[in-house]
Ligand binder design. Structure first.
Ligand code: HPA
Ligand code: ZN
Length: 326
């Protein structure tokens, strides 16, 4: 069996991490105090006790509320520094992190405040740990196409520091097709494209992400397995899936870790990776995700090495950097 130290010592890339979802309750309280904000919880324990979700929307309501303590560039820097410090302990050497600018610009926090803070944190992680990172700007899919276009326009001065665009938030009822034009505009600006699809939404949403958004990487993608032809296509095309085991169980998209499909994905030839999604809310960082999945599904050392290798193959690092990590 695979030991925790084998997993922690294995160099890996994290490809599915919402930086706002790495806000630990302790930092939430510290930032609330620093910014003179009151939050509707008495203690760190009370916050953690509220993290009991039945579905994605349950989680999102709490996640957006938690983000309200983030106000200044220093807040975003401290958030990112805390995540990178934690990730390094889990063997992460490269991270491609999502941020949700609309969660902040809709509260009158300027785009520049958010991104300068995150970029500061990224520079700090590279200087102190040698950890490299990239930013992926996510559009909130419960908001309009027009709002996504406005966000892309706000990102214009920063495009040389943004690797790609993504699509997150409430999936069902907000199919990828809604964002076809804004993803095409992002592609024209040279941005990579990823999208959450098949987390709660049907296989058809994964098809739309492939055919209408021309994604370079698929976030979650679990429900693809319901469709054999789609699964075969993803394998044939070498599409990377950013799978998040603890998230899947916490959001009740998988009944328990004992029935998680991570091993099925590997056996079917999918380029699956393991990631932490929103680790402060789902009970563990990336190594805990590898450990839980490996233990429950009886993954071998070879399987775990394959998952880590897939994380570099699926990254947006250039070929020389990928080769250096394999
Ligand atoms: N799914 C969709 N939107 C999200 C998630 C997720 O797992 N985490 C943060 N925003
Ligand atoms: Zn996610």
């Amino acid at each position: 069996s695979v030991t925790d130290s084998f997993i922690a010592g294995l160099p890996k890339a994290e490809l599915h991490l919402h930086i706002e979802g790495s806000l630990e309750p302790e930092l939430m309280f510290a930032l609330a105090e620093r910014n003179g904000i009151t939050i509707p919880f008495d203690s760190v324990e009370a916050v953690r006790a509220a993290y009991d979700f039945s579905n994605l929307q349950d989680f999102l309501d709490i996640y957006y509320a938690g983000a309200e303590v983030l106000r200044t560039a220093a807040d975003f820097r401290d958030l990112a520094v805390a995540y990178f410090d934690r990730a390094v302990a889990d063997g992460v050497v490269h991270a491609e992190i999502f941020f949700d600018p609309q969660t902040h610009t809709d509260r009158s926090i300027p785009f520049a405040t958010v991104i300068t803070g995150l970029l500061d944190g990224m520079a700090d992680a590279e200087a102190r740990h040698g950890l490299t990172s990239k930013l992926i700007l996510c559009f909130l899919r419960h908001l309009s196409e027009e709002a996504a276009f406005a966000t892309l326009a706000e990102a214009e001065p920063w495009l040389d520091r943004i690797a790609g665009v993504g699509l997150d938030s409430s999936e069902v009822g907000h199919p990828p097709a809604k964002f076809q034009r804004v993803f095409a505009a992002a592609a024209e600006k040279g941005l990579k494209r990823v999208a959450h699809a098949g987390e709660e939404g049907p296989p058809e949403y994964v098809r739309e992400a492939l055919d209408l958004l021309a994604i370079d990487r698929l976030d979650h993608g679990n429900r693809s397995l319901e469709d054999a032809a789609l699964t075969a296509r993803l394998a044939r095309e070498g599409m990377t899936l950013t799978v998040c085991p603890l998230s899947n169980v916490k959001l009740c998209n998988v009944a328990s870790m004992d029935v998680h499909p991570i091993d099925t994905m590997l056996r079917q030839g999918l380029r699956a990776t393991v990631n932490s999604d929103d680790p402060a809310y789902f009970g563990g960082y990336i190594a805990a995700n590898y450990q839980a999945a490996a233990r429950a599904r009886g993954l071998s050392r070879d399987d775990v090495v394959t998952l880590a290798r897939n994380s570099f193959l699926g990254s947006f690092l250039d070929d020389a950097a990928v080769a250096a990590h394999l």
